[in-house]
Design a protein around this ligand. Sequence first.
Ligand code: ADE
Length: 339
Amino acid sequence: MSSAEIAALLRWYGTSRRRLPWRERPSPYRVWVSEIMLQQTQVATALPYYRRFLRRFPSLRALARASERDVLGHWAGLGYYARARSLRRAAREVLSRHRGRLPSDPDSLRGLPGIGRYTAAAVSSIAFGRHHALADGNVARVLSRFLLLEGRAGSARLDARVWEAAHEAMAAGRSMGSARFHPGDWNQSLMELGALVCLPQSPLCGDCPWIRRCAAFRAGKQETVPAPKRALAAVRVPMTALLVRRSEELLLTRRPGTERLLSGHWALPEPKQLPRARRGRLLGTVRHSITRHRIVLQVREGFLEDGPLPAGAIWVSRKRLDAFLVSSLWRKAVAFRQR
Ligand code: ADE
């Protein structure tokens, strides 16, 4: 990639980028939280969560001191809750192992929970101005079109080519000097072009600063490169949950850590967790997708026999349910209680 091409994209980024909180007021902590949220969530969806999360946990110290339940409560609705648990654990490790300062080099960052190759390079370049290349889905699409790289989206073959191209572009940028090239802006300009212009379907090539240089556009292949992923087949997951009431309280249990979905979450109990409970009528059915799992949850009334509560079960008042039930699957399920 030439310095003229790099400069053209950086100019476009300067005028066309979205003004986002971690861009306008960057700090290592704020950039890190944004990158974890954006791993599986689009910017527009993540923004209100990001603002709320940063109000409640304005610093790494505040996050490290919070309970896991508090952190999960502020992640509720975003999905992929392992991200929130890892974020809190990583904050605690940074306090104990790095004296409260997030490390700037990718190797140390990758030693922290929840931080892989992409996130380490993103934090290192955006928050610390280090010259580390990266590629996420948006960057892969941009570079594979610009350079007409072959391979299916998300395939190991295309990923290897894209990361290599990203490294080469970063090296070319570095030789332009720090007055003309900031590695974090460069990485974000590739992401931003992918998010706003170089769209998966119907890319807006008329708005692209690289239209004359793009190999896919010149070949008329901008709509077909990269070749789409093979879709993973959906998996149907039937589940039953019991709604056990005691005046204004509901019985909750924690899902075992061995469950494939929502492990460790507080939830409505499943019949196998309450072997002595009697089942009543069907209150309703909730449909909810997690990755490729299509959950069909039947919510039934449940009645406990007199006697001690099963191990790990607790009564939670209706007012406090939101603090326990993080996934919208359970929030939809408890809505049946009023009917
Ligand atoms: N996706 C992941 N990181 C991002 C960032 N910093 N800006 C925009 N989109 C992103």
